[in-house]
Ligand binder design. Sequence first.
Ligand code: PEP
Ligand code: MG
Length: 756
Amino acid sequence: MLATLRAIAESVSQQACLDSALACFVNMVKNAMQTECCSIYFADYSQDNFVLMATEGLNPVAVGKFRIGFTEGLVGLVAQREEPINIAYAKSHPRFKASPEVNEESYNAFLSVPVVHQKKVLGVIVVQQKVARVFSQDEESFLITLSAQLASQLAHAEIKEVLRQDESSHQTSVLKGVSSAPGIAIGRAFVVIPKLDFKSIELKKDSNQALQQRLFSQAVSATRHEFNTLSMTLSDSIPKEALAVFDVYQQLLDAKSLGQNVEAQLQQGWCAKSALKIVIEKLIAQFNAMQDPYIKERAVDVKDIGLRVLHHLVNTEHAVKRYPKDSVLIANTLTPAMLAEVPKGHLVGVVSVNGSANSHASILTRAMGIPAIWGIEDVPLLQFDGKKMILDAYSGRLYISPSQILQDEYRQLKYQETLLNDKFVAEQDCESVTLDGQQISLLLNAGLDLNTESTNTAMCDGVGLYRTEAWFMQKGQFPSQIEQEKWYRQVLESYYPEPVVMRTLDIGGDKVLDYFDITEENPFLGWRGIRVTLDHPELFLDQLKAMIKANIGLGNLKIMLPMISGTEEVDESLALLAQAYFELEEQYPDKVIERPPVGVMLEVPSSVFMLPEWSKKVDFCSVGSNDLTQYLLAVDRSNARVADLFNPYHPGVLRVLQKVAEECHQHDLPLSLCGELGGDPEGAILLIAMGYRQLSMNHFSISKVKWVLRRLKMSDMEVLLAECLAQSTAKQVLRLTRSFMIEHKLGKLFYTPNHG
Ligand code: PEP
Ligand code: MG
């Protein structure tokens, strides 16, 4: 059963267009289930009906023409109920609707399942048979599994088709994602080459056959050269017999085998990449179908060779590529390193298929003020390369090849955005105080973007979170104590005399060091933050000593410990800090060494209940609302699939944040918050109403939040908070905060362009 399911999924994915994918699908399902009829309907939301897209067994002439309303017939019922229907006599069902144009009179047995992708019904699969019978449980679960397995594949096929049609008719296509850094970008796509596989290659024709032939032979030569070099390098270390594998590879590359087949495809007008894809996928399927396990294994070799040739093909195209001046960077999974590679001033927007608005790369885009969206549909990215794009990171939309009218409209919106931003900047150095005189300390989150970070101390009251790990991530190895000391000194000096809260190394989760492998199945629940540094006291002591030494003569350092979940971690950390301090005192008897204040981050839910004890041990605490939300709601902060569930406005999260404020007040423990929630104006006002008097955020948020709170009264914010805390969903909370902002004439902050 599993093999059949796989075979169907594989064959469908190899089809060049949606029509042939669906035709292949219904054919294979009909055969696999040994029935007489299989059909697939697609939902057309613009007309509220289903259209017959492919069939084996109904009238083929009806394909593309026959439509049935969303609430009509058995097809409509399956979609409405979102569950299978399995009946022996379809015609006797009260919802059966006779449709003579499809010629289904002879069928009795009817099994149908909906195709659902991300809560949306995409279509309905129907299997029919003349003999009146109820399909077995096995048959029903086979079709359900198939539908679930193929739902995303069909969704992507549908999107690809829309993109293809738009391309040929020069229309604008739009893809949807989740916005993380608001704003508008108008520019050209620069696709960071994704990890190559044949799935990501779109089948395309090219009229310049000679060029495609040349590209292919160049790629083959480069692959040959690569094998020669590899075989020479390995000749001393592996036995001669093993080296023979390279001869086999060279033979496969020969004009007579791979070459000949690719040549045939090129002559049919396919471009070099498509021709290679067609040949390699066919060969893999042939090898996979063999009984002999040795021959079956050869499929791996064929794929390896194919990918190497493909790599050279793509690289020749990319070798001459430059980042456009207005690059919209598009990647499968965006990393901080990809952002760093774009020449200064060339980056206007960012799009990532994987990851979400709460991942660290996303926090970095916000700190850089670059509009970004995450979690767009997983379509072959390379087809976007070089295309004109509009990225609307207010609504999470990406427009590909936008029309001139749309571009003009967005240029106008961008202009309005700049005007509003100028207003924020005009007040950014003013006092941070509410209309009724409550001072709020706004601090900077720093350390992420080492090149463009603001050190403007007039706009903030110091640094509330310095993420030291970002610098470690850019290094090729752990920096020495001396190197670290120099770096920290520079940071402390640039904000002096304002305080700088330096967080000790917080790696793990989605923050990886190339030179320190932490590969785990469940990294956010694994070896992260303080757990790593306590297991490596040599690293921890080095960092603590470097910080303390850097602080000599300045005195504006505070140290903060990440991911604390238990008292033992607090105690062990404090013991190591004391050790670092005493050793330095001994080492430098003639210097005045200060013992910096120490705080803990409240990121793990258990920490919220430990404040009575911890308040006696540490000097301050800071809520890491990104991780606290992740752990309270059990939602991986960087998983695009559950991004909708990551919501710090969830009343459960808000009530915990309120409890933290009360506890800290009761135990006289200074409190701040340095997660992204504090940099969101709506989040900031709720937190201020809860009693938070220190919020740390990126510098774009400082000017925006300051502008907002200077226009509001504490008493009004407190009324809003009481209402929000009484709600039972995040949606209700956000509705209230949004109306509050509009009521107080701050609605322009949320201007969302309305384009379908
Ligand atoms: C947080 O978790 O809220 C936080 C500030 O730390 P980071 O985002 O670096 O994990
Ligand atoms: Mg954190």
